[in-house]
Design a protein around this ligand. Structure first.
Ligand code: DI6
Ligand code: FE
Length: 405
């Protein structure tokens, strides 16, 4: 997919958001050999510094390529019927306890072949790419057998080969208790620890391991077993924690050096403190909060106070966030969680990359991989302020323009 890019590319007169800050003056940006090779103030730029470079564009807002650090993009079927049930007042937990929810997507996903899952997932991936994503994480978690979890991870890896995008994969075997293990949750956790994790590690299908630590899912003690197995196999750790109640899952994950704790609406100050020291990223998922019409806000002020980096992601999934528009997530992070537009954009670039253990991504800096977006807007805050598809003028992946209008 990546064509050979012979000549260096130059952008002039760019309003630049580098992943953390907006530059005060227009910039010139040079890309060569897949990397950002030069950054100059436009007023000081001398074309001889980039001789041989082809002008790619002039004007516009440039950001790092967006990083969607938490998605469940691969699944079959849909859950529109449950959406209607919830609007009539049935809770997400009640639907889950009655065999719907995640388990309904498990039935559809188990029945689907790899090719069917690719066909179902590609339009969702393409929607993310058209809105600026250059790196995303995809979780398993709708298979819940060794074979079906590995199938999902293979599909995720193949999606990354079919499109110019970087895909990281996460094994989420401990997402829900499959029906055939009713009453035997500890045995299912043994399957995750003793078979799924070793197989995913052996076949190099997973970059990380995730759990759903919740009353309707797995207890902290069960999650701890999964973390220990992940550590034994050298896989990074992530957690869905404190989404519907406070079980201390984030602090537990942080003790195991987790890259991130995600959702965290019910996180308390002790949990925030526990995340601060190892640098565990707080992944905010305003799409799920919005769709479930939650009211408990994540502890944004405490996260700021303790310097815990905040990422923002889509959580794209069939149940709680059927939304494949990362810039809408920036908007929701501001309107629902009161992030500043700058925090929301950092959450979808620099801090999203940290949540994946890839701190060299999500930044525009000399020497960084040239994953870039050029937007038809006047200032970076507009990405969070207005909700509008089609503002992406160019998308650059590894130094190659892969989308241009
Ligand atoms: N929390 C979520 O928001 C997703 N998974 C999880 O553990 C939802 C998954 C689903 O409802 O299908
Ligand atoms: Fe999720």
């Amino acid at each position: 997919m990546v064509s050979s890019q012979s000549s260096p590319l130059l952008w002039r007169n760019i309003t630049l958001f580098d992943g953390l800050e907006q530059f005060p003056e227009p910039m010139a940006v040079l890309v060569e050999h897949g990397l950002v090779a030069g950054l100059w103030l436009e007023s000081e730029f001398d074309p001889s510094q980039a001789s041989g470079a082809k002008e790619a564009a002039s004007g516009g807002v440039m950001t790092p390529g967006l990083v969607d650090c938490h998605t469940h993009l691969v699944y079959a079927g849909d859950r529109a019927g449950e959406f209607e049930q919830r609007l009539e007042g049935v809770s997400y937990e009640t639907i889950a306890r009655n065999g719907g929810g995640i388990l309904s997507s498990v039935r559809a996903t188990r029945a689907a072949s790899e090719d069917e899952l690719i066909a179902a997932s590609l339009p969702r991936l393409d929607a993310l790419l058209a809105d600026g994503v250059t790196t995303l994480e995809i979780k398993s978690g709708y298979g819940l057998t060794v074979a079906d979890e590995l199938k999902m991870l293979r599909v995720a890896r193949r999606l990354g080969e079919l499109r110019p995008v970087r895909v990281l994969t996460t094994l989420l075997g401990a997402h829900a208790l499959p029906l055939e293990y009713t009453g035997r949750a500890d045995d299912y956790v043994s399957l995750v620890c003793d078979e799924m994790i070793p197989a995913a590690a052996h076949e190099r299908l997973a970059d990380a391991v995730d759990v759903f630590c919740e009353g309707i899912a797995f207890s902290p003690a069960q999650c701890e077993r999964v973390f220990q197995a992940a550590q034994r196999h050298g896989l990074a750790i992530k957690a869905h924690a404190e989404q519907l109640s406070n079980l201390g899952g984030s602090a537990l994950a942080a003790r195991y050096g987790a890259l991130s704790a995600d959702h965290i609406e019910y996180l308390d100050e002790a949990g925030v403190r526990a995340m601060a020291e190892p640098g565990t990223v707080a992944v905010l998922l305003p799409g799920a909060f919005h769709v479930l019409r939650e009211t408990q806000l994540p502890p944004i002020d405490l996260l700021r106070q303790y310097g815990v980096p905040m990422a923002v992601a889509s959580d794209a999934n069939p149940g709680t966030s059927p939304i494949c528009m990362p810039t809408l997530m920036a908007n929701l992070a501001c309107t629902l969680f009161r992030l500043t537009p700058r925090e929301a954009l950092a959450g979808m670039t620099a801090h999203g990359a940290r949540a994946l253990g890839l701190p060299h991504l999500g930044r525009i800096a000399v020497g960084a991989p040239a994953d870039l977006c050029l937007w038809d807007i006047r200032q970076p805050a507009e990405l969070a302020y207005a909700v509008q598809a089609g503002r992406l003028r160019q998308r650059v992946f590894n130094g190659v323009v892969t989308h241009a209008r």
